[in-house]
Design a protein around this ligand. Structure first.
Ligand code: DGJ
Length: 744
């Protein structure tokens, strides 16, 4: 058990030797936070870590029956507003018939080995009980007749804690929840830089930084998806911390819809972090005896800088979020026909692509958008999940067979959550679309959203999709979602229930994912939302990989993949080599650089192989073979960011095997430098100082300490006069190095 309980003083210390999380019951019966950070040795009493004496006077607010106590300056676990704490709370809940300030006081605790699953929601999990310990604290509000359960899980060998909350109505009348966060954390000071990932379509998850300041700083989504614009990730970095050293706290929300992550810095420079479902527009009617469960918040602590934080997320997600066979199985190298053909294809063309790709060693063909209904552009047919016999007269089954005969597996694109106004489905069920009948509505990419808060609609999609999976013996599904949700009303909810819509919608999406992945565990799912609009850990629970961005430009991808790696494992990032000039930027980059970027992800191609030259085919064959040789290392290794595209003309990163016997290094230079430095090196990380390593393709050997402190020499760069001997040059150049240990 990784949890110490001092029953007498009602104190709780979660620790695994790497981190400590400590709280206790305060004298008013609520929970007070004492510490979260690097592991502390256990002791009976930690209550001195919080000062309770409140000086009375004009500027403080104290309890009328205890002038030495007030919440205004206290660190708490799950605060409410209105009882002398003026900061934004974790919870706001009321009766419909009486006034009351929520006052949840400690009732009891329970210790569990392992970690219980969260019903209907994605969350981290354990397979063996020894992998984690869980503490559940029950608090009660007698007036509300409600029970609040706070869940804390600490993982045995990871600097990670997960938190969530659930509320049960024990009374006979309805309760209304206006705000119910997954976690709240009061930090003693504001001496941090806040790092988050922001962007938009085709430039997702760029790294943004700002120093914490007095007031509220937040990131959020109100789009019905986690969004291209803000990822549900946030880090707090101490000023002295770097990529490799120092203290960083990381937070990630396992949820794919409206979220809020905010930090409120108060007048004493204390910082309150709250993470949860965005309270704007949210209102949940909690019926008697019903419970509401919040999604889960993941908190990791690193004393090894940002890389340490990212590695903590990566290993946690690889082992305790991604499920089933996809934790370990290698993922197929795929070719997707989207950028090769867009909507303009037929069976012959697809089989031709499959044959040609199969000869290159590629393993799976994904037939993207346009195979169903009458969809020759993006103005129709979403919802009509039957094959377009004009394009594919022999049907999907025959196509799947022909693809399989080329030696390739077959995958299909779906956009299950959507409905085109011009579709058979809409003509039959106009009320299935999200919106308000007869009132203004908004289109996104010419389409409307299906009301996934309604179970009968989710059932309909399940029937349609499962029939096609069986019929085609499908190996892979790309699940797309190309617009955000507007006019967010369900025709099946009463007016006072519409605040439940967004959450009910995403529960419907999770339910469909859950049914399909349970029924078809061999199908590999790749999530997608117009590229990276839903790249979040909620999706990762069902779909072990996600299409990172619609932007396939290798140079843009440096920033996108670098940012994404802050929270998510490289082996979850769909990354493909595409044709040049690139379709999103019109940039022309070398084929080598396109592959060198895409290797650090789940690799694939997004081009027409039939149009390749013989030299390109030879090069691609080698790329495919190279990736096959190294994909286990990319899947299981520790990822280190070395040089940032956000601050430099060069980017570098590397993956090191867990036993540090091999490593793959990617180095990229955006623009050429005239008369560049003669001796260029790249300092590595994470390898063993005393190991001797050999660089593949050269006879040179180096000790690990040389590579980490002096650096790996980069090949000679073109400098205007060394044309004959230069090994690299020009814009958009890159190199991938493979290191292997040759002696201990
Ligand atoms: C958006 C996706 O991100 C693309 O890869 C492609 O699947 C299109 N949708 C198809 O409509």
């Amino acid at each position: 058990m990784l949890i110490h309980v001092n029953q007498e003083d009602r104190q709780f210390h979660l620790t695994n030797g790497q981190i400590s999380y400590i709280f206790h019951v305060m004298k008013n019966g609520q929970l007070g936070h004492l510490y979260y950070g690097k592991a502390l040795r256990n002791r009976d009493d930690f209550s001195h870590l919080q000062v309770y004496d409140v000086p009375t006077g004009a500027t403080t607010h104290v309890y009328a029956d205890d002038p030495a106590f007030g919440l205004e300056t206290l660190r708490q676990e799950y605060p409410a507003y209105g009882n002398s704490d003026f900061r934004e709370p974790a919870i706001s809940v009321s009766k419909t018939t009486a006034n009351h300030v929520p006052h949840f006081t400690y009732d009891s605790y329970q210790l569990l080995d392992g970690k219980p699953r969260l019903e209907g929601l994605p969350a981290t999990y354990t397979e063996e009980q020894h992998e984690a310990s869980t503490l559940q604290i029950t608090l009660k509000d007698e007036f509300l007749q409600a029970e609040l359960l706070l869940n804390y899980t600490i993982f045995r060998d990871k600097p990670a804690i997960t938190r969530s909350a659930s509320l049960k109505n024990l009374g006979t009348g309805e309760l209304v929840i206006d705000r119910f966060m997954g976690a709240s954390l009061d930090l003693p000071d504001k001496d941090f830089t806040m790092i988050h990932l922001a962007g938009t379509w085709s430039r997702e998850r760029h790294v943004k930084e700002r120093k914490l300041e007095t007031g509220i700083q937040s990131i959020f989504s109100l789009r019905g998806v986690s969004s291209h614009h803000h990822n549900p990730f946030l880090a707090l970095q101490r000023p002295e911390a770097t990529e490799h050293t120092g203290e960083v706290y990381g937070f990630n929300f396992i949820y794919s819809s409206n979220f809020l992550m905010q930090i409120e810095v108060d007048h004493y420079d204390m910082a309150r972090l709250t993470v949860g479902i965005h309270p704007f527009g949210f209102k949940w009617n909690l019926k008697p005896q019903a419970s509401f469960q919040s999604p889960e918040v993941v908190m990791v602590y690193s004393d090894q800088g940002l890389n340490g934080m990212s590695q903590a997320f990566h290993t946690l997600y690889r082992e305790h979020l991604i499920q089933g066979q996809w934790k370990k199985a290698v993922r197929p190298i795929l070719i997707n026909n989207w950028e090769a053909t867009y909507f303009d294809f037929n069976e012959e063309k697809l089989v031709e692509i499959a044959k040609s790709a199969s000869q290159l060693g590629i393993e799976l063909l994904v037939l993207d958008d346009g195979w169903f209904g009458k969809r020759n552009d993006d103005t129709s047919s979403l919802g009509d999940w039957h094959v377009d016999l004009n394009k594919l007269p022999n049907g999907l089954e025959s196509l799947a067979m022909k693809i399989t005969e080329t030696g390739m597996k077959f995958g299909l694109w779906f956009e299950p959550e959507m409905i085109s106004p011009n579709s058979e489905l809409f003509r039959e069920h106009p009320d299935w679309a999200v919106g308000i009948p007869g009132q203004h509505y908004t289109l996104g990419r010419n389409q409307l959203v299906l009301d996934f808060s309604r179970p009968e609609i989710v059932d309909y999609l399940y029937e349609k999709m499962s029939a096609i999976i069986k019929q085609t013996n499908l190996a892979y599904i790309k699940w797309d979602m190309n617009r955000n949700i507007t006019e967010a009303f369900s025709q099946k909810l009463a007016v006072h229930e519409q605040g439940e819509f967004f959450h009910r919608y995403i529960l419907g999406v999770y339910a469909l994912y859950d049914r399909l992945t349970s029924e078809f565990p061999n199908v590999l799912f790749e999530s997608c939302a117009g590229g990276g609009g839903r790249f979040d850990p909620g999706m990762m629970y069902y779909a072990p990989q996600a299409w990172t961005s619609d932007d396939t430009d290798a140079i843009e991808r440096l920033k996108i993949q670098y940012g994404t790696s802050f929270a998510y494992p490289v082996y979850s990032m769909g990354s493909h080599v595409s044709a040049v000039p690139n379709h999103q930027t019109l940039r022309t980059t070398p084929l080598q650089t396109r592959a060198n970027t895409a290797y650090f992800g789940t690799f694939g191609y997004e081009l027409d192989p039939v149009k390749l030259t013989e030299e390109e085919r030879i090069e691609i064959k080698e790329q495919v073979a190279f990736y096959k040789q190294h994909r286990e290392l990319i899947r299981d290794g520790h990822f280190y960011r070395l040089l940032s595209p956000f601050s430099k003309n060069e980017t570098a990163w590397m993956v090191v095997s867990q036993d540090q016997s091999e490593a793959l290094i990617g180095w990229y230079k955006v623009l050429a430098t005239p008369n560049p430095k003669k001796q260029q090196t790249l300092r590595l990380s994470g390898i063993t100082a005393s190991n001797m390593y050999k660089v593949a393709g050269s006879e040179r050997t180096y000790y690990g300490d040389e590579l980490m402190n002096v650096g790996l020499p980069l090949p000679t760069e073109f400098n205007g006069v060394n044309g004959g001997s230069a090994e690299r040059g020009g814009d958009f150049q890159s190199q991938v190095f493979y290191l292997q240990q040759i002696e201990g």
